[in-house]
Write a protein that binds this ligand. Structure first.
Ligand code: KPL
Length: 319
């Protein structure tokens, strides 16, 4: 199986590093900058597992600026392209790159947080029957541009946008992911899984970003728990009206995510501190837009949305 991973953040490096160890799998990696591509070409990818194991693998890596066919044995015909960039990095140039790189049968697996990216891919004329969605709870921290620490094992669910599409291809991919050591499964209801992850992100990410705290600290104060509850209740109402089955267990799962990732800074807080645009538009923004279609107001989400947007602008003007 030939896989092209687009995006070399923490998850891109983790998946590339682990998939490279699977016999019969060819993996290539695309980075945003030439410097990162050069570093990875010279030094490989290092994955630090929790048990102090260190796996170093060599990989062929290019940057967006270089054509994918230029420097390797691969004929550029990939079975899968894993799109592992953030929502904020999906722009015309990236879509153009993906379209040029994909052959007629290449399937695209999207790992983004939130919703909205699939629609943007379809608008860019990528056929819906070639778009697949992945939701992963793997936790990883990029230490340097070619090294990643696997900080927590999670579950990766994959599903297709068009229900009747290639199950065989998904089975094969599921097996490859499992051989690489990931807990992977094929989800019949990938849309529900996407929205549930969005709900978790819509509570933890803005609150940790506004307060500048780690995920676990949300649990240490009744005031924080109250804020979490308000966001959770509003989001559940919107998703139930949208037709998704949302059980009471989701609140427990939300608390569990905070516990499991207690020492981590949320991705939104990391983006804010680094002066990058956050994914708030595709997380809480998507919920607000869905609520508007239902003619209801979700004031707690609107408040955190505006606070994060405000902070984002202030931080970006300083950088
Ligand atoms: O996915 C996350 C993120 O930081 O984006 C977690 C850790 C689950 C918090 O929402």
């Amino acid at each position: 199986m030939k896989i092209l991973i687009v995006g070399a953040g923490s998850l891109g490096l983790l998946f590339a590093g682990k998939l490279l160890c699977v016999a019969g799998t060819e993996v290539r990696l695309v980075t945003r900058t030439r410097q990162q591509a050069q570093l990875i070409n010279h030094n490989g990818i290092i994955v630090h597992e929790g048990d102090d194991r260190e796996v170093r693998t060599n990989i062929m890596c290019t940057s967006f600026e270089e054509p994918i066919h230029a420097d390797g044995p691969s004929d550029g015909r990939f079975d899968w392209i894993f799109l592992m960039v953030k929502q904020t990095h999906i722009n015309a140039a990236l879509l153009n790159y993906v379209m040029k790189t994909a052959a007629g049968s290449t399937k695209l697996l999207c790992f983004q947080n939130g919703v909205g990216h699939v629609e943007r891919l379809v608008e860019a004329s990528i056929p819906a029957n070639r778009i697949y969605v992945a939701v992963t709870t793997e936790a990883a921290r990029k230490d340097v541009d070619n090294a990643v620490a696997h900080t927590g094992a999670g579950i990766t669910s994959i599903g297709c946008v068009e229900k009747r599409e290639a199950r065989d291809a998904m089975f094969m991919l599921e097996n490859v992911l499992k051989s690489a050591g990931f807990h992977a499964n094929i989800a019949e209801n990938i849309e529900t899984i996407v929205w549930k992850k969005l709900l978790v992100n819509s509570v933890i990410n803005p609150l940790t970003s506004i307060m500048g705290i780690r995920n676990g600290q949300l649990l240490s104060s009744p005031h924080c728990l109250k804020l979490m509850e308000s966001l959770h209740i509003e989001a559940c109402e919107v998703l139930q009206r949208y037709g998704l089955h949302i059980s009471d267990e989701l609140w427990e799962q939300l608390l569990e995510v905070c516990k499991k990732t207690s020492a981590n800074s949320s991705s939104m807080l990391q983006d804010l501190l680094a002066g990058r645009e956050t994914e708030i538009e595709w997380i809480n923004g998507s919920l607000i837009r869905l609520a508007a279609k239902q003619h209801i107001k979700i004031p707690a989400h609107e408040a955190v949305y505006n606070m994060v947007k405000g902070l984002e602008q202030l931080k970006r003007s300083k950088h």
